[in-house]
Design a protein around this ligand. Structure first.
Ligand code: NAD
Length: 344
């Protein structure tokens, strides 16, 4: 039995589907009620549970052979800059899952880490420096969220060394695609820009707001590449953390150019220098993942954005046109009765 934690979220929903497609038995866990999961696979054993609680972790890991820990209270830069304590509390999830994994003799454990572990001093210019794995030390990660991820990585390392659990760590770089958050404050830049451009189209507004001066550089990883990276990393014998990220760096202005081209529109840009910004420049150095896995993310930003834009456009059109559609995909309408342990 494979256990996916955070299965009601963006990446977790895709991961459950891909594991089921491979013929695996999957238990899917999230703190949210099933009705709020982004994607729901009825072939999975879907469970609502709060994984900050030690007893919940013990319960859901019974008969588990492998665990994928993607459960996390997180969001885009606006959320993580304003909710540092909440982000640090995610340490409870990884700690209790690792302890339960040890007790249940789970053989493999995946931890979803982040490019936010990288030291701030390596990301202080807009050249979009490609970060290689060793750039996480000497440590000065993103305050709150990044420190928790770095600590989580080290927990994995020491549980591997001391208790023999084969831990695998992927450092994700800005993952995007359909079935993710695009409003409400937890969305990331690609979804936020798509939403703003579509809002402008619908309302006839001729401008959009951009956080910062638009010169910040980032790379964005399409969801299919992220899932492939998790799959390959879990099959590998690589104990050290690996970047799972696109190396196609763009400025936020270039990201807006792409979305405007897809939308067939051109808007005035109103820059907001005092909005949350994150680091000046960040990209993924993929030398190590190429060396270890013979693969790296390769889906072009333009291609991934077209799919993302058209999904968000459809969602927003549906929301405008009718209230009956709730915007969540279901693979069937069964599996509605689940044990409820706690909710947020
Ligand atoms: P997401 O917010 O869509 O999914 C996370 C899920 O975890 C949510 O559904 C949430 O309800 C669940 N969760 C939170 N607290 C929980 C708890 N106490 N018990 C059980 N479930 C809980 O985020 P995502 O984009 O799918 O990210 C998945 C993982 O990848 C996270 O660990 C995140 O930090 C990491 N990551 C994501 C990105 C990205 O760009 N999406 C980048 C770097 C790292």
């Amino acid at each position: 039995m494979l256990v996916v934690c955070g299965a009601g979220g963006f990446i977790g929903g895709y991961l459950v589907k891909s594991l089921i497609a491979l013929g695996e038995r999957v238990r899917a866990i999230d703190i949210k009620p099933l009705s709020d999961w982004y994607q729901l696979s009825d072939e999975a054993d879907n469970v609502q549970a709060d994984l900050r609680l030690r007893e919940s972790c013990h319960e859901v890991l019974s008969q588990a052979s492998a665990v994928y820990n993607l459960a996390c209270d997180m969001g885009g830069i606006g959320f993580i800059e304003n909710n540092k304590a909440e982000c640090m509390l995610n340490v409870l999830i990884n700690t209790h899952l690792l302890m339960a994994a040890k007790d249940h003799r789970v053989s493999k454990y995946f931890f979803a880490s982040s490019a936010c572990v990288y030291a701030a001093s390596k990301q202080d210019n807009t050249k979009g420096t490609a970060l290689c794995e060793e750039d996480a030390y000497p440590a000065m990660p993103e305050d709150g969220y990044g420190w928790e991820k770095l600590f989580g990585e080290r927990m994995c390392r020491h549980f591997s060394e001391d208790f023999g659990i084969a831990t695998r760590v992927g450092r994700f770089h800005n993952v995007y695609g359909p079935y993710g958050a695009y409003d409400g404050g937890r969305e990331k830049a690609p979804a936020a820009i798509c939403r703003k451009v579509i809002e402008a189209k619908f309302s006839g507004r001729e401008y959009l707001d951009i956080w910062g001066d638009g010169n910040q550089t980032r790379s964005f990883t399409y969801i299919d590449d992220c899932i492939k990276g998790i799959e390959l990393l879990m099959k590998s014998d690589v104990v050290e953390p690996l970047n799972v990220g696109s190396s196609e760096a763009v400025t936020i202005n270039e990201l807006v150019d792409l979305v405007e081209a897809i939308a067939g529109t051109k808007l005035e840009r109103r820059y907001q220098p005092s909005a949350p910004l994150g680091v000046a420049g960040r990209n993924s150095d993929n030398s190590l993942i190429r060396r270890h896995l013979g693969w790296e993310p390769s889906i072009r930003l333009r291609d991934g954005l077209e799919k993302t834009y058209s999904w968000i456009y459809q969602e927003m059109s549906n929301a405008q046109g009718q209230t009956a559609h709730d915007g969540k995909e279901r693979t069937s309408n069964q599996n509605q009765t689940i044990p409820t342990r706690s909710s947020r």
